[in-house]
Design a protein around this ligand. Structure first.
Ligand SMILES: [Zn+2]
Length: 186
């Protein structure tokens, strides 16, 4: 990471904002978890377990992999909508919405990743194009300018999901003032 000072700054910002941020070693695949959930009373939204980055080590792209996951957190830090996981009743829908979010995140993250000093080849997005919805999603979200702000991201995401009758019960949250707030759909 020392070779990428901007990535170091991002690491500090994410760690300070989402403390306690867990960093764990995973031999297979790097990934992040931000499992937002309403508490039982439905009054507060928290990540359960705490925000975590699982990092595959022993490769020549550890810094790139860590930075990739940090950029997902940067979107949260900047107020982009994140799914409240237990707002979705159907597990399959929950899976699909997370896959869609991943695709949209990656589109916004790639230019930032290059700014941090990495190459596109190191980005290694693991988007699964396993069904029709995901293929449509990649096409629908090919022009980053259409969803570059948190508000535009939410509007376009909701439009995409509505058209496919996905996530009618899904709620999203944004991070402001050091807290998660559900996004008013009005
Ligand atoms: Zn990713």
């Amino acid at each position: 990471m020392n070779a990428h000072p901007k990535a170091m700054e991002l690491w500090s910002a994410v760690r300070n904002t989402f403390a306690p941020l867990c960093l764990e070693v995973d031999g297979i695949r790097s990934r992040y978890a931000l499992n937002l959930k309403w508490n039982a009373a439905g009054t507060t939204i928290q990540s359960v377990p705490p925000p975590t980055i699982s990092l595959a080590i022993g490769t020549d792209r550890v810094a790139a992999a860590l930075s990739h996951e940090l950029l997902h957190f940067e979107l949260a830090l900047l107020g982009y909508p994140r799914l409240i996981q237990n707002s979705v009743g159907n597990e399959n829908e929950q899976y699909m919405i997370n896959a869609v979010l991943n695709v949209i995140d990656h589109a916004i993250m790639l230019p930032r990743f290059l700014e941090l000093g990495f190459s596109q080849a190191e980005f290694l997005a693991d988007d699964v194009c396993e069904n029709e919805v995901m293929k449509l999603c990649i096409i629908a979200f090919s022009n980053v300018a259409e969803f570059a702000t948190p508000k535009a991201y939410h509007t376009k995401l909701r439009g995409f999901l509505n058209l496919r009758h996905l996530g009618n019960d899904a709620w999203f949250a944004s991070f402001e003032g050091n807290q998660w707030h559900e996004i008013d759909e009005q």
